[in-house]
Design a protein around this ligand. Structure first.
Ligand code: GAP
Length: 531
């Protein structure tokens, strides 16, 4: 993962938010390549889920909505994670994410400060066994306990208790009661609401509280009747939305995977009650296919089917789409059959009917819903992880040899050099084509290259580069994941005869094959690959 994080910064995919001020945990910025990648993901989703279907329309709602929406949806009362704090180092963790530990627990029954102040509260400290490079167990535990008493105002504390086995020391197995970082005792779990709060208007009191939306879905339910009235749709039909969501995650982690600000792509597909199972199965299949269409291989995608006892009380089915990240198999999207829970909650809390009138059957009902809900940032991270390859590429590409996978810890063989290549599917690659003049100090080459660049950039995200040796320019585009490089050379100018005039070399990022192609055929060739 470290290599991918480093490449993301080096090449301008992802930066830490507010880096010059030390960064902000759980917030990430997308650089020039990253924002193109994200845009391509969102465009691909919107095209496939909205534009290419007759039965889905779009919505773009505000991030801050009436707080009653979050009361009705259940987020105010139960959108919580269990949180624990370390009593010594004060770090905060999600209780359900603490890995069990086995070792020794020391109990201290108080401490006395230099100036005679006494604290008689009891505290425990944990030390893992079998770490011979660390100080002795009791010294490690004492350090943790002293920190606890210091935090409580006891200066230079002298400890009581925790001296010998059988007297304040016990062996424990698989405990989750201690800080995974320092071994300090954790508090009892408390429910922590993940919604970010703010205030509307100048007065900061409870009557003006509002929330940054923790999901985009609720706006779709709240606007169901308005969309229905104007969109000339009949159930079954869907409303889709892409937008920012905010969750005050206790432990943001795994790079952008769990962030505090992220983007969602959500579809609420409204259906007739009783058709839930068939539509749910339909959307699971559609969504799995979609991931393959953007270049994530089926071998790294897995559906996780919820067991009955894991489902929310109102849901009849849920499948998560998991992807094999370097840090384990993790969720990209959830596809849930949520019954009529959301519409009925909003009907109850707003007092407005959320019912649908079926013209043909002359009956009214509350539609049920199937909700495929995906995270843009997680998909971007999956694409970045999947695209990253280390290879040995021939030093002279025009010789026509293919690249070979690099072997860890070994030097490239003679005639080859190391390269990092991002093998994005052309459809999703941030830049589709780069254009180079062979030499930057030959004005006719530069002029022709700019002409080709302007031709291509009217149709594709293109990049012009004339700096450095051609091999270096190829390597830069490999790391950016650009599927095609076009080079303008002396043959293009007709110096070797009229038959090669106005032709260029088109280099394929993955095979390194170079073909000679007429400039006029370039747009169609690239369009075919990126469509
Ligand atoms: N409306 C349903 C809903 O929001 P969710 O499983 O909580 O369901 C849907 O979120 C998707 O949003 C997840 O599958 C994930 O891709 C993305 N997501 C959720 N929390 C996230 C976070 N903290 N950071 C990045 N993406 C997140």
């Amino acid at each position: 993962m470290e290599k991918i994080v480093a490449l993301c910064k080096r090449r301008g995919f992802i930066f830490q938010s507010s880096e010059i001020y030390g960064g902000l945990n759980g917030f990430w910025d997308y650089g020039p390549l990253g924002c193109e990648l994200k845009r391509n993901i969102k465009d691909a989703w919107w095209r496939d889920v909205v534009h290419r279907r007759d039965d889905v329309v779009g919505l773009e709602a505000t991030i801050i909505m009436h707080p009653s929406i979050w009361k009705a949806s259940g987020h105010v009362d139960s959108f919580t994670d269990p949180m624990v704090d370390c009593k010594a180092c004060k770090k905060r963790f999600r209780a359900d994410q603490i890995e069990p530990q086995s070792g020794l627990v020391f109990t201290y029954t108080g401490a006395i400060s230099d100036n005679g102040n006494v604290d008689t509260t009891h505290v425990k400290a944990f030390v893992e066994l079998g770490k011979p490079d660390k100080p002795r167990d009791n010294a490690r535990a004492e350090k943790v306990a002293r920190r606890y008493y210091e935090e409580k105002g006891i200066q230079n504390p002298k400890l009581v208790g925790g001296i010998e086995i059988g007297n304040g020391i016990e062996h424990v197995s698989n405990t989750t009661g201690f800080c995974p970082e320092c071994g300090g005792q954790l508090t009892e779990p408390r429910a922590f609401n993940l919604m970010f709060k703010t205030f509307i208007g100048p007065v900061e009191d409870v009557s003006n509280v509002a929330y940054l939306r923790p999901e985009t879905a609720q706006a779709i339910f709240a606007q169901f009747q308005n969309v229905l009235a104007c969109a000339r749709q009949k159930v079954p039909f869907g409303i889709a939305q892409i937008g920012k969501a905010f969750r005050n995650e206790i432990n943001p982690r795994n790079f952008t995977f769990r962030s505090r600000e992220f983007e969602q792509m959500e579809l609420e597909f409204f259906i007739k009650p009783g058709t839930d199972a068939q539509w749910h199965e339909y959307w699971v299949k559609e969504r799995m296919k979609w991931y393959e269409s953007i270049g994530l291989p089926a071998s790294k995608l897995k559906p996780y089917i919820y067991k009955k006892e894991e489902l929310a009380h109102y849901a009849s089915a849920c499948v998560d789409v998991y992807f094999d990240f370097p840090f384990g198999s993790q969720e990209l999207e959830g596809i849930a059959a949520r019954g009529n829970f959301d519409l009925s909650q909003h009907q109850k809390h707003s007092g407005k009917s959320m019912e649908y009138f079926d013209d043909e059957k002359k009956e009214k009902y509350l539609p049920h819903v199937v909700e495929p809900s995906a995270g843009v940032d997680r998909i971007a991270l999956a694409l970045l992880c999947n695209a990253y390859y280390e290879e040995w590429a021939p030093t002279s590409e025009s010789a026509g040899s293919a690249p070979i996978p690099a072997e860890h810890g070994k030097q490239a063989p003679a005639g080859f050099e190391s390269r990092v290549v991002m093998r994005f599917a052309p459809r999703i690659a941030p830049v589709k084509v780069a254009v180079f003049p062979l030499l930057k100090n030959k004005p006719p080459l530069v002029e022709k290259a700019k002409e080709v660049f302007h031709l291509l950039r009217s149709q594709f995200v293109s990049f012009y580069d004339e700096a450095g040796a051609i091999g270096r320019r190829y390597r830069r585009q490999d790391e950016a994941g650009t599927p095609f490089c076009v080079t303008i050379d002396f043959d293009t100018l007709g110096e070797k005869g009229p038959e090669l005039k106005d032709t260029v070399t088109l280099r394929d990022r993955d095979t390194l094959k170079q073909e000679r192609i007429a400039i006029k055929d370039l747009p169609a060739k690239i369009a075919e690959a990126v469509k």
